[in-house]
Design a protein around this ligand. Structure first.
Ligand SMILES: [Zn+2]
Ligand SMILES: [Zn+2]
Length: 451
């Protein structure tokens, strides 16, 4: 353990106004204002890094480059100070604040369970696990929420990172491998765990928030509207018969087949297969992207032998083809739901075009400042629902972990034709891969900070 703390580390830093990535030597996480009154449980050399008793310091083993890093990279986030990039990381706990103790009662379990040396996954935002939002499962809107990789909270493209509210934020890798049959833990690739920091839970969230939505539940549970959810007493006696299966076929589109789009498509198919198995409901999915290499990656994933035999109900298409496919499948009516994974106005315009009346657009792309492209009349005329926003990663980790375990053929490899992860590189290649990723010329890239 003594080797861990030199006073400096290597980190990927972004400089304003845009497109300026440098690899620099910086202090090990942010030190400064430590109160001498805060007792520290671990090595004295860690004293500089623990700023609050709820902090953990994580030695990073892998960090991700993510599509939403590009918003800062391009200068779209109104950030004016240099910062350590990255919000996706996994690693090993090397220091804990005083809150971590076997007698930490009435707090999230990790305050008593987490130990030095534990392997952990961190969601891309801090969540305390204790506030009203966290208790309700909406960890993305924790009152202490903070995104890693902003000037205030240095990011994960570094060798060490400080994790605030760590007992609520972190997730132990042990609790993932414990979901696996004994003896099979070795089949879970370490690199795949990085995908749990953001993109796999985000993809699963895009799918689940559609499948749980009241606009979609009549098809999922067979109860016609408005009997698909809470039913007032006065309606109970007039419940109509269950919808016949021929009325319950579901049609979805996924817009955007970058790494999150692949995660969304795989998650959607995983969840739809379970619905099909339980109830016989059939489904069709069109996965859409104008970029040919992204479509090829999606095709390779869908060609894996492990995908269910009804995979012919999934079509990968460019924008024009997708419009034709949806029109043909639905008699011109449109999709029940659209998973919009891009976060710009052209994607949203296409989503509106493809969605049916009384349908849903589940949007997890990080939209920016421009006004949305739809008028109120257009929203009214389709009775369309919009669900926008950040994934509650911490709350989604159990379901995302189960998909990760089952889909190691997609998430476990590196650089294979059907692998989501394209390559693992050292920080020296950071400027180059940011540039390639920005231009859509590479897929999911991970950094090994020690390479
Ligand atoms: Zn991300
Ligand atoms: Zn909270």
């Amino acid at each position: 353990m003594a080797e861990i703390y030199s006073k400096t580390q290597r980190a990927v830093r972004w400089y304003p106004p845009a497109y300026d990535i440098r690899v620099e030597t910086v202090p090990v996480p942010k030190s400064a204002a430590l109160s001498p009154a805060i007792p520290i449980k671990t090595l004295t050399s860690c004293l500089r890094s623990i700023l609050h008793p709820d902090d953990a310091i994580v030695k990073i083993t892998l960090a991700g480059l993510c599509g939403s890093d590009l918003h800062v990279y391009r200068g779209h986030e109104d950030v004016n100070d240099p910062l350590i990039c990255g919000h996706e990381f996994i690693g090993e706990v090397v220091a804990l604040g005083a809150s971590f103790s076997s007698d930490a009662t009435n707090r999230p379990a990790l305050y008593s369970d987490l130990k030095l040396g534990d392997k952990v996954v961190s969601p891309f935002t801090v969540s305390c696990g204790e506030c009203h939002f966290c208790r309700a499962g909406i960890s993305c809107r924790c009152i202490h929420s903070k995104l890693f990789g902003i000037p205030d909270l240095p990011g994960g493209q570094a060798q060490y990172v400080r994790v605030p509210k760590a007992g609520g934020t972190l997730f132990k890798v042990d609790s993932i491998t414990s979901l696996m049959p004994p003896g099979e833990e070795h089949t879970l690739a370490d690199s795949s765990l990085l995908l749990l920091a953001d993109i796999l839970p985000t993809g699963a969230f895009a799918a689940l928030q559609a499948l749980q939505h009241p606009k979609i539940s009549p098809w999922v549970n067979g109860s016609a509207y408005p009997y698909n959810s809470f039913v007032p007493e006065v309606m109970a006696s007039s419940r109509p018969p269950a919808l016949p299966l021929e009325d319950r076929a579901l049609t979805f589109a996924v817009i955007g087949l970058g790494p999150v789009g692949v995660c969304a498509t795989v998650s959607l198919l995983h969840l739809l297969a379970e619905i099909h198995e339980k109830s016989g409901v059939t489904f069709r999915v069109v996965a859409v992207d104008p970029n040919a290499s992204r479509r090829e990656k999606m095709q390779s994933v869908l060609a894996l032998p492990s995908f269910p035999p009804n995979i012919d109900t999934v079509v990968v298409a460019d924008i024009e083809d997708a419009k034709g496919v949806v029109a043909r499948w639905t008699g011109g009516v449109g999709c029940n739901a659209i998973l919009e994974v891009v976060g710009n106005n052209s994607a949203l315009t296409l989503a509106y075009e493809l969605v049916r009346p009384f349908g849903l657009i589940s949007s997890v792309g990080v939209h920016q400042a421009p006004q949305l492209p739809l008028t109120g009349r257009e929203a009214y005329d389709k009775n369309v629902s919009f669900d926008f926003g950040r994934c509650p990663v911490r709350s989604m980790l159990p379901i995302a972990s189960s998909i990760l375990i089952k889909r190691q053929d997609v998430f476990g490899g590196i650089g294979d034709q059907a692998s989501l992860i394209e390559k693992v590189v050292g920080f020296e290649e950071a400027a180059e891969v940011y540039d390639l990723f920005d231009k859509g010329r590479c897929g999911k890239v991970l950094f090994d900070p020690w390479q």
